[in-house]
Design a protein around this ligand. Structure first.
Ligand code: TMP
Length: 215
């Protein structure tokens, strides 16, 4: 029997319905009896939420990609030490809205920073910790951006060019291919009931895993 909790992350581009689908997953896992801590990145701690505001606020000056990269890892370091690691060590499962795959996708893919740089910071901040299970909500960029646009009030990153989001999506899909063992790709372009049906299957798989790992 394993005592350490499972680390589950949810990823995807803009406008793929992450908030709604995170709530669905959370409800579904709690209904299955999973002892769950739900959190998000950047954020999840007081410091992290402040970093999130600084990072996403639209601003006049161009933010250096390296500055953006260090901001997300600064928030992550705090998040790991204050929330994620203590929860996993106590045997809780952690459901996290975005994690380091977002850094590979946005700063590596979108901003085109060298992947070895991201990998180096990942190792520095996380040691060997990696997500056990990752759900990728995938939709064509045009669909995601039109949904995000409908919400209005775009943040600094949502204001990026289409080509940026195409690189983000391509990087996510590449990560899903490279780590197919831990990735489940959900077609988020479908209708909400269809997306929920895909998520319900994933939830069932996870609930089975929770039962199997119980002492
Ligand atoms: P969201 O939680 O509403 O998706 O907003 C978070 C934004 O931050 C989103 O545009 C993706 C971006 N982000 C990065 O660029 N790098 C990261 O490592 C993380 C976690 C998020």
């Amino acid at each position: 029997m394993e005592s350490r909790g499972l680390f589950i992350t949810v990823e995807g581009g803009e406008g793929v319905g992450k908030t709604t689908n995170m709530r669905f997953l959370e409800d579904c896992l709690r209904a299955a009896g999973v002892d769950l801590v739900v959190t998000r990145e950047p954020g999840g701690t007081a410091l992290g939420e402040q970093i999130r505001e600084v990072m996403l606020q639209p601003r006049e000056e161009l933010v250096a990609p390296e500055a953006e990269l260090l901001l997300v890892f600064a928030a992550r370091a705090q998040h790991l030490s204050e929330v994620i690691l203590p929860a996993l060590d106590a045997g809780h499962w952690v459901l996290c809205d975005r994690f380091t795959d977002a850094t590979y996708a946005y700063q590596g893919g979108g901003r085109q920073l060298p992947v070895p740089l991201v990998r180096e910071l990942e190792q520095l901040v996380q040691g060997d910790l990696r997500p056990d299970y990752t759900i990728l909500l995938d939709a064509p960029v045009a669909i995601g951006l039109s949904r995000a646009g409908d919400r209005g009030n775009l943040d600094r990153i949502e204001n990026e060019q289409v080509a940026f989001f195409e690189r983000v999506r391509a990087t996510y899909l590449q990560l899903a291919r490279e780590s197919s063992g831990r990735y489940r790709v959900v077609d988020a372009a479908q209708s909400l009931p269809e997306v929920e049906a895909q998520l319900a299957k994933i939830c069932q798989e996870l609930a089975g895993c929770w039962q199997a790992r119980r002492p």
